[in-house]
Design a protein around this ligand. Sequence first.
Ligand SMILES: Nc1ncnc2c1ncn2[C@@H]1O[C@H](COP(=O)(O)OP(=O)(O)OP(=O)(O)O)[C@@H](O)[C@H]1O
Length: 729
Amino acid sequence: MAQERGLTAERSGLAAEQEVVDVLYARVDALRDEASGRLAAIRREGPSGSPQNRSERDAFATLYEDRIAQLDAVEDRLCFGRLDLRDGERFYVGRIGLSDAEHAPLLTDWRAPAARAFYSATAANPGDVVNRRHLTTQGRRVVAVEDDVLDVDALREMGADSALAGEGALLAALGARRTGRMGDIVATIQAEQDAVIRAPMSGALVVQGGPGSGKTAVALHRAAFLLYHHREQLESRGVLLIGPSRTFLRYIDHVLPSLGETGAVSTTLAGLIPGVEASAIEPDESAEIKGRTVMADVIKAAVRERQRVPRADREIRIDGRTVEIRRSDIKDAQAKARRDGRPHNEARAVFAKEMISRLTRQLVEQLEVYSDEDRHELERDVRDDKNVRIAINLCWLPVTAEQLLRDLFSKPHLLDYAAARLSPDERDLLLRPPHAPFTEADVPLLDEAAELLGEMPGGRARRSDEPSAEEIQYAKDVLDTFGAQSMIKVDAETLASRMKGGTTRLSVAERASRDRTWTYGHIVVDEAQELSPMAWRMLLRRCPTRSFTIVGDVAQNTSVAGTRWWPETMDPLFQTSWELRELTISYRIPAAVADAAQSYARAARLPVSDLRAAREIADATCATRTDDPVETAAAVARRHAASFAGAEGGLVAVIAHERHLSALRARLSGTEVEVCTARESKGLEFDVAVVVEPAEIAARPGDLYVALTRPTKRLDIVHARPLPEGLVV
Ligand SMILES: Nc1ncnc2c1ncn2[C@@H]1O[C@H](COP(=O)(O)OP(=O)(O)OP(=O)(O)O)[C@@H](O)[C@H]1O
């Protein structure tokens, strides 16, 4: 355990803590200097030596760069806590673990087992902790200390200061103006959140919680926690984080680096298929059909349709001789190719080889050829014959996933064949022009198709950037020789990949994002209630160990194909290997906003979780009835934005039905006010949310529940029509 050594132990208060914090920053500076020195030395050597030497140097340079970036990222609030234990031990908790030059511990990583008590000890259940101290820093300066005395008697016996402090650090964090970028909560993680973050990695952990209960924050901290504790297992495969939109990913993209982690790949579902753009919007009705599990069979049938048997036998001429393309041969060759188990495009080679061999046999019989040499020559002739190639292609058509889907949804006869289990009306809903752009609901179908089709002939056969066993062993030897393992914390497989990448810096994230078939060590899914059964299939393929963290709120579901009840979705996917946890406190919305939103949600029969707000704020809700909601909403938003124009800033959003967006944007141009739909606001938060005409947004009740729960300080409702039932402000 990181006992305080060489640091002033007895004095409390700002000055003493400043001394401790100074030592910690000095240590970070020293480590950064050391890494920079080593990096400079490598760079000084320049591009000399053998290619092997050069790629080793490049790999180490990358690792030192990563280390420097990691030390830079922990600059803000490096140390935020102190624990005093019953036996007199004391240690500090921070973003990373640090030891002094003699290896004596100085700072305990927040993810280490020893730091757990910092988050989980309570007055009712203090364990060994007598006092928990929160340190608030600005830059490198300690500006406040605040104690949670967990065992007052023990503290008195120790003769220490017993002044009680409240939840200042948490409330200060919650009350801070929003910047449009999510921050980490490492200094103020609450006990129920900590239990989720530190839960075991195996199986699926589903976290249900109302708006603002910290699901996103917890999911990100859990990713960092798992990467820390299972580094060997996770670093080479990476952790995948799935978010609902690119805007959302931008909103959260600072959090993991601030926790010192770069091993996670953040993307949307569409981002999992390199090169696919899925930006088109489609009606809910067709999106819902595309999300159903039956679509897996539809895609399978569409692929199978590319393996055709002509109506009749036919003859073709090869070098003046006639051979017969027989239906029976085609059927046998197809059966052989299917038995092979490879995806359609790759199994084509088996089919073609078998057909060529059968056609050659016909020629051998006609010509009465006996020598192997002549037989091979005939086989070559058959293989190179254009008519044979065409005939084979017609019976086993190679196709890309994109083309398969375009054909399926634009050719009624194909859809009738492949989707016979859908009703004629449902099939009509799926029809669209051949060059219509892809939608989000197409993405899992494209993935399903790509899985069944495999690489096109002539496509990439294997992942050439993956290191072999020998290359990994070599990397292990290099690590041992350089003795750098402890400083740069890298596993041999990662180093081997980087060496193999030569001068190109290929991180796990980069390799994974280029490869549709990449499988991850763990997957974190945010806003998971939105995913359709087909989307879940897509994600399961990417994590064969089925190690998932799934966070969401069924009451905020805005997707017709999404989840309304977790067991219904999770049981078929994970059988008994999943567990449900709940978060019950909202750290975002003030109490009055929580009451209004929940009362509406209950009236609309949404499956709401119980939610207590962590804060009460006066005048947190307001409703204005007006004949012109757009004009009034713009005026209200402008007024709030003007009040934030001072030094501290603050974010204002107007959330409205899509049809008002352009009018609102026109009225608010030149201001910083965000204008968006309820769905676009999903997962985001603002100091003030102005919700325009709730009755319109409530066409889908989950949309309105999302819109009402975005503000951290104030909800302004502007309406002409009566408010939906249950919405009382
Ligand atoms: N323990 C905490 N300390 C400080 N801030 C916290 C804590 N937990 C959550 N927050 C803050 O509360 C806000 C809401 O958190 P978050 O976005 O993770 O909630 P959510 O449950 O994902 O919400 P939604 O369901 O609306 O997407 C964020 O600003 C987050 O930083």
